[in-house]
Design a protein around this ligand. Structure first.
Ligand SMILES: NC(=O)c1ccc[n+]([C@@H]2O[C@H](COP(=O)([O-])OP(=O)(O)OC[C@H]3O[C@@H](n4cnc5c(N)ncnc54)[C@H](OP(=O)(O)O)[C@@H]3O)[C@@H](O)[C@H]2O)c1
Length: 520
């Protein structure tokens, strides 16, 4: 059903609304020849520039080992924008020459201290010649195993000014990519290593899900509408479901994924951050610290699932061969570079409990999986049943509960399932959906999450980045499950055919209490 607010077609360079201009800055991307830089970071920066949002005095230095001149590096980036952001390229091609002039390549190995000394000389020179005012934004788009080396080299080379944005010599900030650690101990160790060189206020831990409009809209939807907040608690909500489903398998990422698994890759940050936005209390203000205080508080209120508790509240799965879109697809273990005896989880379902006044007794279910029948990321808030005394349904079943669905991808938007009367003499109830879709409601294209997040980091707004205590609270929930799995091998794997919604045990976990997964 289309929504009612529509306007003209969006364009690729519609302007993001910002209240303050982005300050001059030297951005340094570590890992500038890598996949993330090409597919996401450079298209995002180019788009910001094409919208006129980057200041004149902003330079971008790409740091990596491979051999490039400034010129050949720019050519390579141009080809990437053409390939990965063709709509943007079509509309903004004329802005490329100006953007390309901002970019230079700095070749060095992270182990080479001299490379960082030269980097400092280069950036200091830009401060003089390009007016970048001593401001630095570093982006760690590198393998996690190199984070500590880069950070230490930055510290040793004098590339990190202490203090925060109040520093009159300019700010220094660092964006750290995910994964941030692989368990609680490693996340704590990484936090400690970063803080030997940077203050917490200078560290921007990125989870690109938080840059997605719909995820941010969870916050606005909850706190800008009087309608929902009174119902947003255990008195009216029956259960909450977070689904992160992909149709793809492990593809070419087995080298990383087979060590990580779905619980680490999708639940630790993406799913738990969405859950925190759904369940948090209203913050006192919109400041980064107030928002993150509330998110951390609710994450800490989740009861960890430990030991044999995992048998009832956690289901792990791995796909076998199956069918998707009418095509045969191989099992996880038959994917390229996956060991034949791998027990890595490509699916996980969890039942969590938030021990606080608002949510006591409401199950929060999370499921994340690969080779699911549909690609969908959404949150469903399922309300309690109405008293079934007054109205019949068309099928004589009980009327469906009200459900609010927050769709993060695809078709970003929000829908509400309501009971309505179909035309005719009989007074019966049929479920209908009221839809709001981002694609049509605002007449603007949805900006890529990285655009928003890079802009926020340049502006010094850390609200959409994860703080140290949040990340540790997340790993505090994930680690006992990983430990239980390590101690209890999974002979049943693979346990779901590709193209299905996961193992039967995941259904049973929900149906045992008379509920069901909310599949459209
Ligand atoms: N790709 C994605 O879509 C994606 C999504 C979410 C998160 N991430 C995260 O983003 C980070 C980067 O991922 P990626 O996929 O872009 O990795 P990638 O394609 O493997 O790129 C790694 C980059 O790091 C550089 N590098 C590695 N070791 C180096 C060293 N010792 N000295 C100098 N440069 C070195 C490489 O330079 P050379 O090529 O010159 O060796 C390359 O530019 C990872 O933490 C990943 O988890 C990526």
């Amino acid at each position: 059903m289309p929504d009612t607010i529509t306007s003209e077609q969006p364009t690729a360079v519609d302007t993001l609304l910002i209240e303050r201009p982005i300050p001059p800055c030297n951005i340094v991307i570590f890992g500038a020849t890598g996949d993330l830089t090409h597919r996401k970071l450079i298209p995002a920066l180019f788009s910001l520039d094409a919208q006129g949002l980057l200041p004149d005095h902003l330079k971008i230095t790409g740091f990596a080992r491979r051999e490039f001149s400034d010129h050949s590096f720019r050519d390579e980036l141009k080809a990437s924008v053409q390939e990965y952001a063709p709509d943007l390229w079509k509309e903004a091609e004329a802005s490329w020459i100006k953007f390309a002039k901002r970019v230079v390549f700095h070749r060095s190995d992270f182990d080479n201290a001299q490379g960082f000394t030269w980097l400092k000389e280069r950036l200091d020179r830009f401060d003089q010649t390009e007016g970048t005012l001593g401001n630095r934004l570093y982006y760690l788009a590198t393998p996690p195993s190199t984070y500590t080396t880069v950070v230490q080299q930055l510290g040793k080379a004098g590339l990190v000014r202490g203090g925060t944005d109040k520093d009159s010599d300019g700010f220094t900030r660092i964006i750290v990519e995910k994964p941030f650690g692989s368990d609680l101990a490693s996340a704590r160790a990484l936090n400690a290593e970063l803080k030997q060189v940077f203050d917490e206020e200078q560290i921007y831990r990125i989870d690109h899900y938080l840059g997605k409009e719909t995820v941010q809209n969870i916050f606005v939807f909850r706190f800008a509408n009087l309608l929902f907040e009174p119902l947003w608690n255990c008195k009216y909500v029956d259960n909450v479901q977070v689904t992160v489903a992909e149709t793809v398998g492990v593809e070419q990422r087995a080298g990383y994924f087979d060590h990580a698994g779905e619980l680490r890759d999708m639940v630790q940050s993406h799913a738990l951050q969405m859950l925190a936005l759904i369940a948090m209390e209203p913050p006192n203000t919109l400041s980064a610290s107030d928002i993150r205080d509330e998110k951390a508080k609710v994450l800490r209120a989740i009861t960890p699932v430990v030991g044999s508790g995992c048998n009832d509240c956690v289901v792990r799965g791995q796909y076998g061969a199956g069918q998707l879109g009418g095509k045969d697809v191989p099992s996880y273990r038959d994917e390229p570079n996956v060991p034949a005896d791998s027990v890595t989880d490509s699916f996980v379902a969890l039942k969590l409990e938030i021990k606080n006044w608002r949510w006591a007794g409401v199950p929060f279910y999370i499921r994340a999986g690969k080779r699911m029948p549909e690609r969908v990321t959404e949150v469903n808030i399922i309300f309690k049943d109405i008293p079934q005394v007054l109205l019949a349904t068309e099928t004589d079943d009980t009327a469906e509960p009200n459900v609010i669905t927050i769709r993060v991808q695809p078709n970003e938007g929000i829908s509400m399932r309501l009971g309505a009367k179909p035309p005719g003499q009989k007074t019966v109830v049929r479920a209908v959906d009221m839809n709001f879709t981002y694609g049509t409601s605002f007449g603007q294209r949805i900006h890529d999450a990285y655009e928003r997040l890079i802009m926020d980091a340049l502006l010094g707004d850390a609200a959409l980045f994860t703080r140290d205590d949040e990340v540790e609270a997340e790993w505090g929930l994930i680690t006992p499950i990983l430990e239980h799995w390590a101690a209890n091998p999974a002979p049943e794997l693979p346990n779901y055919p590709a193209g299905t919604w996961g193992p039967d045990a995941a259904d049973k976990m929900v149906t045992d209490s008379g509920r069901k997964w909310w599949n459209r």
